[in-house]
Design a protein around this ligand. Structure first.
Ligand code: HGY
Ligand code: MN
Ligand code: MN
Length: 396
């Protein structure tokens, strides 16, 4: 499965992936998912929000055990973030069939669309729409860097954007959702465990900072006459690092756009996107408030103007204790339980259905990078752990 998935959306230049929602690379991954499902004689469907489902058994029976993740990526993302959960789901089903188990509940494998929000800026669009956490009119306002709207992109990919919206009937049929994911950190590397269970997801969000200044000639404008938004942006980036350190949080300006973006022109506009996360909401509020306060002070000093808009937000997720502990029992009670600062579809869905996550060791902890890695033995351990969990939940 890895060999057939690996080339899809991979950049030869970086070795990373550019599998953005509703692009050709995404379509290639979606076709791959459908072929894997049909090769296993699973009932394949796409829901109203573009999420892919592969069913074993009758969904109408309800109380289904569902497992899966996402196939889209961040720009130049790694091979495992998302795909490991989908490949492992199919491999775990193969393992259960080898074991000759009998399913007492329907089973489904899923690919949730647009988890990374790399193209339209909002994380977990597919699962948010299904869970009723993203209103249709807000989804219709999403547009990519070229001005293409989400509905237009979905339509070009063969979906009916008018159909998007909450899917309570579908989620009511899900008794448990378990997402396996490569760890995006080093906790398992440090503890020496191949597999872990998630306890919680930090609250986290994305804020767009628009620094407006005055375009002018880089060579002839006196320093005293400038209203340079790049200065305000630069000092705000440093303030983000300072505020994060003070609050024990993380804050990152990883994406920036400059207009007119000329070497010899003082910018009129610098747009920076802040990703901020913290173990609890108070710490997150302290970071985001501190950064914005500092940015406004810099703007006053530089004679620039600042507008801040929150583009994506996910509150803290505490995975349901009963299911978390059930996974612990099914895995022999010796698998570590750990929190994460990374968002996941399981986090979004936890408001609608009992959800849990399994993490597979990432030896360097590096993620959202072509350097992301996971050892084959650990990936196999993840598949076997997922098979044990699915057998325990769906084959009573
Ligand atoms: O950004 C995240 O936390 C996740 O990878 N979408
Ligand atoms: Mn990711
Ligand atoms: Mn992911």
């Amino acid at each position: 499965m890895w060999r057939s998935l690996r080339p899809k959306g991979r950049s030869d230049a970086s070795g990373g992936y550019r599998r953005f929602a509703w692009t050709g690379a995404d379509a290639d991954c979606r076709l791959w998912f459908r072929m894997q499902a049909e090769a296993r004689r699973l009932d394949y469907e796409v829901d109203r929000n573009g999420n892919q489902w592969a069913w074993l058994g009758d969904p109408a029976a309800g109380d289904a055990v569902v497992t899966g993740s996402h196939l889209d990526s961040v720009p130049d993302g790694g091979a495992f973030d998302g795909p490991l959960g989908v490949v492992s789901a199919f491999a775990a089903l193969d393992e259960l069939r080898r074991r000759g188990v009998t399913f007492s509940r329907p089973l489904a494998i899923t690919n949730f669309g647009d988890e990374e929000g790399a193209r339209f800026g909002l994380a977990c669009v597919g699962s948010r729409l299904a869970a009723g956490q993203l209103a249709k009119d807000k989804a219709f306002e999403l547009r990519d860097g070229d001005g293409v709207t989400l509905p237009a992109a979905m339509e070009r990919a063969g979906l009916d954007p008018e159909a998007i919206g909450p899917d309570p009937e579908r989620l009511a049929r899900v008794g448990a959702f378990v997402e396996l994911h490569v760890e995006q950190g080093r906790a398992l590397d440090l503890s020496g465990d191949p597999v872990g269970i998630a306890s919680a997801i930090w609250p986290h969000g994305r804020w767009r900072y628009d620094f407006h200044g005055e375009a002018n000639h880089a060579g002839t404008t006196r320093l005293a006459d400038r209203r340079d938004p790049m200065l305000t942006y630069a000092e705000t980036v440093l303030a983000a690092r300072r505020e994060a350190g003070l609050a024990g949080a993380v804050a990152t300006f990883g994406k920036v756009s400059v207009e007119p973006n000329g070497v010899n022109a003082i910018p009129s506009l610098v747009r920076g996107w802040l990703d901020a996360r913290a173990a609890d909401q108070d710490a997150l509020d302290a970071v985001t408030t501190g950064i914005e306060k500092a940015a406004r002070e810099y703007a006053d000093r530089h004679g620039t103007d600042l507008a801040v808009a929150r583009e994506s937000f996910t509150p803290v997720v505490e995975f349901e204790h009963a299911l978390r502990d059930e996974l612990g029992r099914l895995l022999g009670g010796k698998v570590p339980v750990l929190g994460t600062g990374a968002g996941h579809d399981a986090g979004i869905l936890s408001a609608s259905v009992p959800t849990a996550m399994l993490f597979v060791r990432n030896p360097t902890g590096v993620s959202h990078s072509p350097a992301e890695s996971a050892a084959e033995d650990d990936c196999v351990a993840g598949v076997l752990a997922l098979a044990d969990v699915l057998e325990g939940l769906a084959c009573r």
